[in-house]
Design a protein. Structure first.
Length: 198
């Protein structure tokens, strides 16, 4: 590896917010992808720093991941992007954690890239960030998001400004690419584009 080469995300800081029940690959894949492109990734959780989050592979328990920062100690202005993985139990628990919802709400108001996949967009309802936005998600969230004012679409990735959403683990390549584009093209004011890799 050449030491003089710079990566597209050098200096970028990305937060991943999650807790027990997270769909493991929806954390590990974007984290690996972001770090390979030079970003510094921090695992935030309502759990205390040093505690562990239980990942899942669908319904089977997977690996455990150490919390790097309690969300109550995190400041949205310290990060350039926020990633919200799915899994059913993970966002369901985050919706009951006021500090987590408060962090998401404040992050969303700062007009920085925010990416949510699978059941991850669920928390955006509680954070009042879906009204009038084009989005996708795991299909079971469709009516919840529509009832909250979102325009829901069944696509592998939907980009609305700096909001990136995807449906499921199979969409991770497109999700990762769209997040990379959002982070590297933040100076470009044109939003509402769709990144799709068929």
């Amino acid at each position: 590896m050449q030491t003089n080469q710079t990566s597209p995300l050098d200096g970028k800081k990305v937060a991943v917010l999650m807790t027990d029940g997270v769909e493991q690959v929806e954390y590990t894949d974007p984290r690996r992808f972001l770090e390979q492109h030079g970003a510094r990734v921090t695992l935030l959780s309502p759990k205390a720093q040093g505690e562990e989050v239980q990942g899942y592979n669908h319904l089977s328990a997977g690996d455990r991941f150490r919390v790097e920062l309690n969300v109550s100690d995190a400041r949205p202005e310290d990060f350039d992007a926020l990633v919200l993985p799915g899994g059913v139990a993970n966002p369901d628990a985050l919706r009951l954690a006021p500090d987590a919802i408060g962090f998401i709400r404040e992050f969303g108001r700062q007009d920085k890239p925010l990416a949510a996949i699978c059941h991850g967009p669920w928390t955006l309802i509680d954070a009042d960030l879906v009204k009038g936005r084009r989005m996708t998600s795991w299909p079971s969230l469709k009516e919840d998001l529509r009832n909250a004012g979102a325009e829901w679409s069944d696509e592998e990735v939907v980009v609305d400004g700096k909001l990136v959403t995807s449906r499921k683990p199979d969409d991770l390549p497109a999700f990762d690419d769209a997040l990379l584009q959002a982070l590297t093209a933040s100076a470009n004011p044109t939003g509402g584009q769709q990144a799709a890799r068929r």
